[in-house]
Design a protein around this ligand. Structure first.
Ligand SMILES: C[S@@+](CC[C@H](N)C(=O)[O-])C[C@H]1O[C@@H](n2cnc3c(N)ncnc32)[C@H](O)[C@@H]1O
Length: 435
C-alpha cells in the first residue's frame, strides 16, 4: 500500500529521509521539503526503504535529470537535484558529522569550491559484460541496483571524447576473440593522451592486439594491458609508457603517472583544491612542510615551488617512486624528500624525530588519519606546526580526527568547507584548517 510522507532531508545516497511513528524511512526519488506518495520496498527493524510513486508537492530544487540513464545507472545519484542544492546537502552532511561525531564546530564555513558539473571524470572504471541478448558487449557503469552493466550509449560526466568512445568500445570488445574474458576497462585522461587499461582474464591473440592498435590509432588512445593485479599493467606500444601526465600550470608542473596510480578524479577542481590548500596553509618561503599521504606528489611539488623544504610521506612504494621521478623531472629534487611509511601506525615520538614542521598537509584515504591526529595532538605546544590543512574524502573520519585535534590536542578548527569534486554523486570531498 503506498503511503504519504513529508520529506525532511536527504542522505548521501540521494534518498529523501522521512519519519513515520518514530521510524526512519529512506525514500528513493524524494527530495527534502516534498510531499510524496511512496511504497515501502524493504522493511528492517530500525528503518524502512521506500520508492516514490508520485510527487504530490515537488521541491523548487527539483530539476529534470539531464542524463537518459539516470535512475538506472549507478554512476550518479543526485541529478534530479539542482547542483547548488547538491552542494548545500554535502555541506550539511559535513557540518552534521563535525558536530555529531567530532563534537567540533569550525569558526567559519569556507565557500564551496566549484568546478565543472559535467564532463569532469578524468578517471573511471567501466565494467564490461558480454550479453548475447543485447547483441554483444556492454561497456559502462554498473546499474544502481544489482550487478548488471548499464546499457548506455553516452555519459555526461565523462569527458566528451571518452563518452563518444563508449559505442566504439562495445564494438571493439565484441570483435575480440574472447569478449567474455574482458571484465573491465579503466580510463585515465591525461593532458596529452587518454589511457585505456584493458583487464583481460585470458591471453589476447595477435589479431586482438591488431584490433586494439587500430582502435588506439583511430581514437588517439594509449592501450595498457592488465592480465592480473594493477601492477601488471603494461603499455601495448612501448612509446606510450611515458606519455601520461597531468599539468598544474599555476606551479609550472607536469605530473607523470601510470594509469593505475591514485590521481584525483576531477582535474580542474584538483587545480583549485591545490591552490586553496596552499593558501589556507599560508606557506612562507622559509617554511619546512610535511605532506602526509602525499601520493605521487600532487601537493608536495606545488609546495616545493613555494617553500624551503617539503617532506612527503606515503604508504605506497610505487607512488613514492613516481613522486621522486616527478620531482626530478620538475627540477625540485633538492627541496623535497620522500619516505614510504604506514601512517596508520605512527606516534608523537616518530613525528618529533622528523624534526619541526611549520605546516602540515594531510590528505588521507577514507579511513582517515587517526594515528597522525593523535601524534599531532600529543606534541607539546612549541613543537607543533603553526597550521594544519586536512583534505578529506570522508566527512565521518575527518570529524573523528578533528575531534582528536581539537578536544584532545587543543587545536582550534578555523574553517571547513566542501569541495565539489564529484558533482551528481554522493561523495563528499572537504577541506579543514586547524591552528
Ligand atoms: C586521497 S589519496 C591522496 C594522494 C595525494 N595527496 C593526491 O592528492 O594525489 C590518499 C593516499 O594515501 C595513501 N595511503 C593509504 N593508506 C596509507 C597508509 N596506511 N599509510 C600511508 N599512506 C597511505 C594512498 O596510497 C594514497 O596515495
Amino acid at each position: 500500500m503506498p503511503e504519504v510522507f513529508d520529506v525532511d532531508s536527504l542522505d548521501l545516497e540521494a534518498r529523501g529521509v522521512a519519519r513515520r511513528d518514530g521510524k526512519v524511512v529512506f525514500i528513493e526519488g524524494a527530495l527534502p521539503g516534498e510531499v510524496v506518495r511512496a511504497r515501502v520496498i524493504r522493511s528492517k527493524s530500525s528503518f524502512d526503504v521506500a520508492r516514490v510513486e508520485q510527487v504530490l508537492a515537488p521541491s523548487s530544487q527539483r530539476v529534470v535529470p539531464r542524463c537518459l540513464y539516470f535512475g538506472v545507472c549507478g554512476g550518479c545519484s543526485m541529478q534530479h537535484l539542482d547542483p547548488a542544492a547538491q552542494v548545500a546537502v554535502k555541506q550539511r552532511v559535513l557540518e552534521d558529522a563535525l558536530w555529531h561525531i567530532g563534537k567540533v564546530t569550525p569558526a567559519c564555513i569556507l565557500p564551496p569550491l566549484h568546478g565543472p558539473s559535467w564532463g569532469y571524470r578524468h578517471r573511471a572504471r567501466l565494467s564490461v559484460r558480454f550479453v548475447g541478448k543485447k547483441g554483444g558487449a556492454l561497456v559502462g557503469f554498473r546499474e544502481r541496483r544489482g550487478s548488471y552493466v548499464t546499457d548506455m550509449q553516452h555519459c555526461l560526466v565523462l569527458p566528451p571524447h571518452v563518452s563518444a568512445m563508449l559505442m566504439p568500445l562495445r564494438a571493439l570488445v565484441t570483435s575480440l576473440s574472447d569478449p567474455r574474458s574482458i571484465p573491465q576497462i579503466e580510463v585515465a585522461v591525461g593532458d596529452a593522451t587518454t589511457a585505456l587499461i584493458l583487464r583481460h582474464l585470458k591471453p589476447l591473440t595477435a589479431a586482438d592486439l591488431d584490433l586494439l592498435m587500430e582502435f588506439g590509432r583511430r581514437y588517439n588512445v594509449s592501450w595498457w594491458l592488465q592480465p592480473a593485479g594493477p601492477e601488471t599493467a603494461v603499455t601495448l606500444r612501448a612509446e606510450d609508457a611515458e606519455k601520461l601526465a597531468y599539468l598544474l600550470p599555476e606551479y609550472g608542473l607536469r605530473m607523470p603517472y601510470r594509469p593505475t596510480d591514485f590521481t584525483q578524479v576531477n582535474q580542474e577542481i584538483n587545480r583549485v583544491l591545490v591552490h586553496k590548500a596552499l593558501s589556507l596553509l599560508r606557506v612562507m618561503p622559509e617554511d619546512r612542510v610535511a605532506d602526509l599521504f602525499c601520493g605521487l606528489g600532487n601537493f608536495t611539488l606545488p609546495l616545493a615551488t613555494r617553500v624551503r623544504v617539503v617532506v612527503g610521506i606515503e604508504g605506497s612504494k610505487a607512488l613514492v617512486e613516481r613522486a621522486r621521478e616527478a620531482a626530478r623531472q620538475n627540477n625540485l629534487a633538492e627541496r623535497v624528500s620522500f619516505a614510504v611509511l604506514n601512517l596508520f601506525a605512527v606516534d608523537a615520538q616518530w613525528l618529533r624525530d622528523l624534526g619541526h614542521f611549520d605546516r602540515v598537509l594531510i590528505d588521507p584515504p577514507r579511513e582517515g588519519a587517526e594515528a597522525v591526529a593523535r601524534a599531532l595532538a600529543a606534541l607539546a605546544v612549541p613543537e607543533r606546526p603553526k597550521r594544519i590543512v586536512y583534505v578529506s574524502c570522508s566527512p565521518s573520519t575527518l570529524a573523528r580526527d578533528a575531534g582528536i585535534l581539537v578536544n584532545e590536542g587543543g587545536y582550534r578548527m578555523l574553517s571547513a568547507g566542501v569541495v565539489n569534486m564529484f558533482p551528481h554523486t554522493g561523495h563528499v570531498e572537504s577541506i579543514a584548517v586547524f591552528q
